[in-house]
Design a protein around this ligand. Structure first.
Ligand code: TLP
Length: 343
């Protein structure tokens, strides 16, 4: 039985055409700025995101941490949703690397309310940490793959600008938001000082993220990337996969979104199952009433379906669709889940 892997869109394998592009890529030493493929990717992404410059980094986590490192000083505070990736899934990097702390808000499906952001900004007072950055995630992972309405992003950006804070957009799955909403990436990124994008999620590349912003901030980002040991050499072999992903795998994200909706409909017909959020992109959060998600996930694995406990609630399992699963796969996954849960 072929396992159906719905743990994350990070599990995709590079296609033969992507591997071919990697093999053929012209290469050089990127620490000297001499890798033509990395340079091409960085120019392409700066343009895509409407920024002056961009930097190819190893992962979404590295993009997030370099961004926060560039924008803060020790003692500063980052206003973000309680489910934000840097707060929950980056090994405590904010305090460990930069001596900064999060101020978490409770967003609706992870999406911050501009008025609540404004209310969370600390007044100038020697007792308080300095509110320095607002961090938003689009799509929002823990919010169930939710998409920020452009108007909300603009309103948050306006608050940040007016109050002298920087906005950082964790766009690990920005292209999912773009495809789901029809909003161009540069519009979502416009009010953000720095914005990131991952190639290794729904876009199907094996490695890499981009961080984009103005020239000075990206120069500083380059220094922090070096400091973290993330300056790579002939990384054009990876950048080629990212370019291939941008050229071939963006529009097809709509299929993943359709498959996620089909999966949600099928799962919701199972006894005791409730779909937690509106399925806007490629994530389905299913609550299995009275069940333990970790135990369920172990049963699903035996039945040939891989999924992850969502983590913040005991009975919620996260299913993620991606380019290596088809409509038939998600329907077959539902049959397997149904049998495994009933046992
Ligand atoms: N998220 C992963 C896990 O770390 C939870 C996943 O499977 O969803 N920002 C967001 C919004 C993310 O969801 C992720 C990865 C990252 C950043 C970090 O990217 P990587 O894993 O490349 O460091």
């Amino acid at each position: 039985m072929k396992p159906i892997d719905l743990r994350s869109d990070t599990v995709t394998l590079p296609s033969p055409a992507m591997r071919e592009a990697m093999v053929r890529a012209p290469l050089g030493d990127d620490v000297y700025g001499e890798d033509p493929t990395v340079n091409r990717l960085q120019e392409l992404c700066a343009d895509l995101l409407g920024k002056e410059a961009s930097l190819f980094v190893a992962s979404g986590t590295m993009a997030n941490q370099i961004a926060l490192g560039v924008l803060t000083r020790p003692g500063d505070e980052v206003i973000c949703d309680q489910g934000a990736h840097p707060v929950n899934f980056e090994g405590g990097a904010m305090p460990a690397l930069w001596g900064i702390q999060p101020r978490t808000l409770r967003g609706e499906r992870g999406l911050l309310d501009p008025a609540e952001v404004e209310a969370a900004i600390r007044p100038e007072n020697e007792h308080f940490p300095r509110s320095r950055v607002v961090e938003i995630e689009n799509t929002h992972n823990r919010g169930g793959g939710s998409v920020y309405p452009l108007g909300t992003v603009r309103a948050i950006a306006e608050v940040a600008r007016r109050r002298g804070l920087d906005l950082y957009l964790d766009g690990a799955r920005l292209m999912n938001a773009v495809v789901a909403s029809g909003v161009p990436p540069r519009d979502f990124a416009e009010g953000a000082t720095l914005v990131s994008l991952c190639f290794s999620k729904g876009l199907g590349a094996p490695v890499g993220s981009i961080l984009a912003g103005d020239r000075d901030r990206i120069r500083e980002a380059r220094r922090l990337r070096k400091r973290l040991g993330g300056a790579m050499r002939q990384s054009g072999v990876l950048a080629a996969a990212a370019i291939h992903a941008l050229e071939n795998n963006v529009a097809r994200l709509a299929e993943d979104h359709d498959n996620a909706r089909a999966l949600a409909v099928a799962l919701s017909s199972l006894p005791g199952v409730r779909i937690l959020h509106l399925v806007e992109t490629n994530m389905v959060f299913a609550s299995f009433a009275g069940r333990d998600a970790a135990e369920l996930v172990a049963r699903f694995r035996e039945a040939g379906v891989l999924a992850n406990p969502e983590g913040s609630r005991p009975d919620v399992v996260r299913f993620v669709t991606h380019l290596d699963v088809s409509r038939d796969d998600v329907l077959e996954a539902t049959r397997r889940v149904s049998q495994a849960a009933a046992r």
